[in-house]
Design a protein around this ligand. Sequence first.
Ligand code: FAD
Ligand code: SIN
Length: 537
Amino acid sequence: MEIKSDFLVLGSGIAGLAFAIKAAGLGTVSIVTKKEKVESNTNYAQGGIATVTDTNDTFESHIEDTLTCGAGICREETVRFVVEEGPERIGELVKWGVEFTRSGNKGSTMYDLGREGGHSHRRVLHAKDITGKEIERALIERVAAEENIDVYENHFAINLICQPRPPGRNGKDNRCTGAYVFDIENNLIHTFRAKFVILATGGSGKIYLITTNPDIATGDGIAMAYRAGAEIANMEFIQFHPTCLYHPEVKSFLISEAVRGEGAHLKLADGSTFMERYHPMESLAPRDVVAKAIDTELKKSGDDCVFLDITHKDRDFLTGRFPNIYDKCLALGIDISKEPIPVVPAAHYQCGGVVVNSVGETTIDGLFACGEVSCTGLHGANRLASNSLLEAVVFSDRAFNRISQIFHETGYDSTAIPPWDPGGATESDEAIVVAHNWDEIRQCMWNYVGIVRSNKRLERAKRRIDLLSREIEEYYWNFTITSNLLELRNIATVAELIIRCALLRKESRGLHYNIDYPEKDDGNYLKDTIIGKRAEP
Ligand code: FAD
Ligand code: SIN
């Protein structure tokens, strides 16, 4: 079946939904999302969204904190406009129904502002500790009220469809005109055709064994864009969140940095603090510093986890400010008002991604990217906490404004799109191979491409991932597809991109720490690591 709309939005997190709500005023929108529409990294965001609203805070200060965290390779122009456009975009979220927690008495017009690592002011708007859930709720309600938007749940985008530009026409080599999409429930593959395609598929935390990310985060958008020939950058900068709950019954539950913002201290098993040995901001130092410090301490002690102690706050405060964290821990037998929380670092955020310019255009015509899938220049070598929800709303707005300028002069590409060709694929009788390869990739990335890297570990990871990739490609072409297999193929591709970028950066900067080059090398590496079909080294 061919499904035609003006806009094809891949993903229903904050970036995709915010774009779709605006685009519905211009034309028809199809939102394709691989699970239920709420399932996204956005839905699990806890800390909040950073923006300057306090009269004692300034844009300059937010800009400086972002640049400091980014360790020299943020695009300064991007940092400036994201910070400066923030308050207006937050106003839009509020208009769409997002309820951020207010300070003081009921009816107060002031926002309660949280603090997180690397921020020199309290500037994080939040909805208690379920900010992302509140954002998804409001935006999904708003989308449901738009006649121009169709949402396709349980539809998995497999590949972008790109057509070569006809000779004599201006523009880039390729134009993206849609995507092949797997309708999971009906086991069918549809062709979605659109004038503009917006990639908003989020990050790739599931590539690592231990992650704060939900199952959807398999880097599909990066892998699709890479296969289509788009430039990809800075994949070596994977952010590890210092405090993921360590508990045998829980896969990935974050203990928000906002807990440290309220004075929680990191401690070792013997109850002693250690962050004062690593950074003057102690437990509230930027994430790369805290995650690396925990990693060092765990390697030294051989312990499984460290502890986060917020017991100086009483139960009333904790249930009011962090109800989700309090309840979750209590259900597991941990009363956080009385005992410290066991935590470990976990893969959390992908700072690199599909390269875009200041209005969200990728290096492929007709293909825009916003949110975690993109590399905008905001984060540089390390993202400042709570800057990603902000980046997503600013870039979806900018992409929308850019498209508004060219929308009326853009028609549907008239080139026929060939239907999906299943080739000679047959049912697999060895699905166990898929499960094993999943485990192998995640284990390999955790062990060899984690918080602390070395040339030897990266080379070893490369050999293993190359081998697995060949096996997976063979499997992909021979057997009928399942979402598990599609995701496996994508995590293999993204793992390869992370390793290649990490090998290219022969220095340590921000989130990329290689013991063979422990220092920054501004002379050679004060730049993005770009890979892609046109820029391959
Ligand atoms: P997502 O919200 O991840 O949405 C991606 C969408 O794409 C999903 O709907 C997914 O199903 C869909 N999708 C993916 N692949 C396909 C495919 N092949 N076909 C169809 N659909 C597909 N950031 C902050 O700024 N503040 C915070 O407090 C904060 N807390 C966080 C807490 C946690 C636990 C996590 C995991 C992240 C947190 N982050 C936070 C990061 C932030 O949540 C994400 O960066 C942001 O939500 C990404 O939004 P997005 O719209 O780009 O992607
Ligand atoms: C958190 O609440 O600690 C997550 C914030 C973020 O990832 O920006």
